[in-house]
Design a binder for this molecule. Structure first.
Ligand code: SF4
Length: 192
């Protein structure tokens, strides 16, 4: 004979059955909690934890980077950071995917002067080229004294534009480098 259950009755019976199953497991001495704890600890087992800073915005939330055999295996909020006390926003919580990502770009596209084709160059070559052009521009445009005799020692031909991913520490070094070169037009999110 078919048994007709109302939706309310079905949920009640189902809930009771589930409760009974869990209760039976507990009655047999099966403790589910240790399995959960073990599964969480395995991910960073034997990992070294390095304190770091989230690269995404000038809030500068502290992170812990877990490394096994030179490979990043996990990044999470640093509970000892007075800024975020272990919390990360969704963007910061995804920092691991910034580092460990097969789609991450590791080459630079470069089109030389008067060239019509893009060339692939590595990051070191690109950095050397940027440094070379900054030095060249700075030397060609450096002004020691204005026509009125005022000593300025600066160049107005280079503008340093920072962004949301630059944290306080990087900004501090950026300021030192730029001002050391005589660059006075400097902007970044942290407003240093
Ligand atoms: S992006 Fe989020 S987690 Fe990263 S520093 Fe900014 S607020 Fe913190």
């Amino acid at each position: 004979m078919a048994v007709v259950l109302s939706r309310r009755r079905f949920l009640k019976v189902g809930g009771a059955a589930a409760g009974t199953a869990v209760g039976a497991l507990l009655g047999l001495g099966v403790d589910l909690h240790p399995k959960q704890v073990r599964a969480q600890s395995l991910r960073i087992q034997n990992a070294q934890a390095f304190p770091s800073v989230c690269p995404y915005c000038a809030v500068g939330c502290g992170t812990l980077v877990h490394v096994v055999n030179g490979q990043i295996v996990n990044i999470e909020g640093n509970p000892k950071s007075p800024i975020n006390m272990g919390n990360l926003c969704p963007k910061g919580a995804a920092t691991y995917q910034l580092h460990v990502n097969p789609n991450r770009l590791t080459k630079v596209l470069h089109r030389p002067p008067h060239g019509t084709q893009w060339e692939l160059i590595d990051l070191d070559t690109a950095m050397d080229r940027v440094a070379e052009l900054v030095k060249k521009t700075r030397d060609e445009t450096f002004v020691e004294t204005l026509p009125n005799g005022k000593r300025v020692m600066h160049t107005t031909a280079i503008f340093s534009l920072g962004g949301a991913t630059i944290d306080n520490e990087w900004n501090h070094l950026q300021q030192k480098l730029m001002r050391g070169l005589g660059i006075v037009r400097i902007e970044n999110q942290a407003r240093i």
